[in-house]
Design a protein around this ligand. Structure first.
Ligand SMILES: CC(C)[C@H](C(=O)O)[C@@H](O)C(=O)O
Ligand code: SF4
Length: 468
């Protein structure tokens, strides 16, 4: 038998029934729920009078619509309050563990799962959220699902999935100072487009990935969906095990040893074949920033806003022109001459402690440019606490950035943190679609270091020029 990829191993070990047409019924080990994508799932469960088959394999946590200001008061926005209350009621009614807004474990699902050790190598993990690919950083088979799938998982612990093709993304070379996972992800999507991963499960490999922290691997896997891939993975290794050991949901003592022995088998065999392979050399990358309304619109910070007249075809010409119109940009403008109004540091892409440390190093001893409104929103309450222990909150507030409670916040503008029409934001999130951060808001995606540098300069900035 030919060797198998990591994806094939994870797939094979969860098949309950193979339908023989490329699809199979898969067992789902773990499932995360948030307040926005699940109300309908519970309506379905109730209407079918179905129970939750294995309540302990789920965790429900509010994150998308929650306020990032004072948590001691009730949620002011009636819709957000209703969503959070519904999640709590649904969780309680069906016996699912619920993490309340005031709980020390609260945060964005994709930050909380790994922190608790709920996300583990070798498991299947579903969540009604497209950025579930994040959890693949642990060598888990993790994918976003719809509301009806979520009801199916709750009731049966299984889901029908179409087997994906496999795509190897090899990262090679040595990156310059301040260049990291977010830059690699944006560069990859900038080069290959938002569709190159469609229908594929990505496995990130190569020396750059092996040297990455778990936080960086999560950033990379998180962005897979922006390349069209529902799944992004990294094979587990010593970095993964060190991260997980001792976490609340991770196996203990002899179970840990048995798990470790199994996890070590979760690598792509030397003679396995990927359906597609690409190599990205990170050596000469500049910090990446987007100029348009697709993550594909990524360029080095030393570039200029593209000119529609240089486009390869009519379709692209029109797309660039309409992006420039929406973004309020003129062709040929140096990206570093683009003035910003807001800065958002946070999200499930870049809201981890490592991201905040990186941003803090840039702003330490400096001041946010006048007229710029900058917020730092930790990805979880645990990240917030850790940052406070390290004094990062003071570094941020001394520099003039606001220090907030954990949640999705301005990544998706489902709470009060949003852009006013035509406001321009340097953002560490993952999507720059029209209206994503507020109606008519203009988003420029970048790394935490670049967003921090932009906050200081007041323009899209090259972090290499202001920090050492
Ligand atoms: C609201 C939620 C379902 C959505 C998603 O699926 O990803 C959100 O998290 C996002 O990032 O756009
Ligand atoms: S932080 Fe943004 S991308 Fe991540 S789950 Fe929340 S809304 Fe989605």
């Amino acid at each position: 038998m030919r060797g198998r990829t990591l994806y094939e191993k994870l797939w094979d070990s969860h098949v309950v029934r193979d339908y023989g047409d490329g699809s199979a019924l898969l067992y789902v080990d773990r499932h995360l729920l948030h307040e926005v994508s699940t109300p309908q799932s519970f309506v379905t469960l109730r209407s079918k009078q179905a129970a939750v088959r294995r309540p302990s394999s789920h965790i429900a946590v509010p994150d998308h619509a929650v306020p990032t200001t004072d948590r001691t008061r009730p949620i002011g926005d009636p819709m957000a309050a209703a969503q959070v209350a519904a999640l709590e009621t649904n969780a309680k009614d069906f016996g699912i563990p619920f993490i309340a807004l005031t709980d020390q474990r609260q945060g964005i699902v994709h930050v909380v799962g790994p922190e608790l050790g709920f996300t583990l190598p070798g498991i299947t993990l579903g969540c009604g959220d497209s950025h579930t690919s994040t959890h693949g950083a642990f060598g888990a088979l993790a994918f976003g699902i719809g509301a009806s799938d979520c009801a199916t998982i709750l009731a049966t612990q299984c889901i029908v999935q179409q087997k994906a093709r496999s795509l190897e993304v090899r990262l090679e070379g040595t990156a310059g100072l301040w260049i990291g996972a977010k830059d690699y992800a944006l560069a990859m999507i900038g080069r290959y487009g938002v569709g190159f991963g469609t229908g594929h499960a990505i496995e990130y490999r190569g020396p750059v990935v092996e040297a990455m922290s778990m936080a960086a691997r999560m950033t990379l896997c998180n962005m897979s969906i922006e390349a069209g891939a529902r799944i992004g993975m990294v094979a587990p290794d010593a970095t993964t095990y060190a991260y997980l050991e001792g976490r609340p949901y991770a196996p203990l003592s002899t179970q840990w040893d048995r798990a470790l022995a199994y996890w070590k088998s979760l690598v792509t065999d030397a003679d396995a074949k990927f359906d597609k392979s690409i190599v990205l050399d990170v050596s000469d990358l500049a910090p990446q920033v987007t100029w348009g309304t697709s993550p594909h619109d990524a360029l080095g910070i030393d570039a200029r806003v593209p000119d529609p007249r240089d486009a390869a075809d009519d379709g692209e010409r029109q797309r660039i022109a309409s992006c420039l119109d929406y973004m309020g940009l003129r062709a040929g403008t140096a990206l570093q001459d683009v003035r910003i109004d807001k800065v958002f540091i946070g999200s499930c892409t870049n809201g981890r402690i490592e991201d905040l440390r990186e941003a803090a190093r840039v702003v330490a001893g400096r001041k946010v440019a006048s007229g710029v409104d900058a917020i730092v929103v930790p990805g979880s309450t645990a990240v917030r606490r850790q940052a406070e222990e390290e004094g990062l909150d003071r570094v941020f507030t001394d520099a003039g950035l606001a220090w907030r409670e954990a949640g999705c916040s301005m990544c998706v503008a489902m709470n009060a943190d949003r852009l006013a029409p035509r406001e321009r934001c340097a953002s560490t999130s993952n999507r720059n679609f029209e209206g994503r951060q507020g109606r008519e808001g203009r988003t420029h995606l970048m790394s935490p270091a670049s967003a921090a540098a932009s906050a200081i300069v007041g323009y899209l900035a090259d972090v290499r020029e202001i920090a050492t």
